[in-house]
Design a binder for this molecule. Sequence first.
Ligand code: AMP
Ligand code: MG
Length: 288
Amino acid sequence: MIDFPRRHRVPYDGRFRIGDLDPDPPKASGSEAKLEAELKESVARLDELQRKLFADQHHALLAVFQAMDAAGKDSTIRKVFSGVNPAGFRVHAFGRPSDLELRHDFLQRVAVRVPERGKIGIFNRSHYEEVLVVRVHQAALAAQSLPDAGGKGFWEERFESIRDFERHLARNGTVVVKFWLNVSRKEQKKRLLDRIEDPEKNWKFRLGDLDDRALWDDYQAAYQAMLRATSRPWAPWYAIPADDKDYMRAAVARILVETLEKIDPRYPKVGAAQRRELQAGRKRLRAE
Ligand code: AMP
Ligand code: MG
């Protein structure tokens, strides 16, 4: 089986170069059928691991998804978690901040959505928009009315805040794993056109998405800076080729499985007191 985590982990040394990546999966990554079979296996395994995570109660898992429009964030989340008990995970999509959110520090709205121990939390967009859309669009930063917006060291300090925040989460039992879905400009065009041509997808199309597309190079620069500054052992980024959806889903699912396996959640050991309760319960039920 392909070693997906090793293949796609963004190194922690800050030297990552976005230009070295291919939005297409490596050749010989397996047929569509094989990738689908792998996804299916991972989906089942995720359900099993989530149950143990819940029973164990020592850790939470936070999975962050970032990407350009139409890279496949929504469908990847839908497919990968299709077999997990809905009570065990929660997806939160972060859109444009409200007026009130804008008056708080940028981590405030995120912090309250971090999953509690035992749960899986999924961020469809996240605090990382704060170094992406907010970095690329002047107006988004201006809307925050910060004392020294965009000044010297501003973005480096934001990265530092994010690293510290995620480290704090890690120390408190939240395992953070982050996916950047790397779609090519060409494939995005195809998928956006598809949203226009397919009546069932029309609702997904927003003209504003083309403004972001027009700033493609600025976004790529922002992604590179973000990936360099915030892929760390306690919260690694994975850069997943997104032009092939089967590959992307199989890779994301497998990386999540391996992340949970490393947590190694276990059903709690039954102690003497509980064993007595079990025996008492058996006795009562049998006597009915
Ligand atoms: P979508 O995920 O396509 O429904 O769109 C959500 C929109 O909200 C995207 O255009 C994001 O760039 C935008 N967004 C998310 N977080 C922020 C943020 N912190 N500041 C400004 N815009 C944001
Ligand atoms: Mg959108």
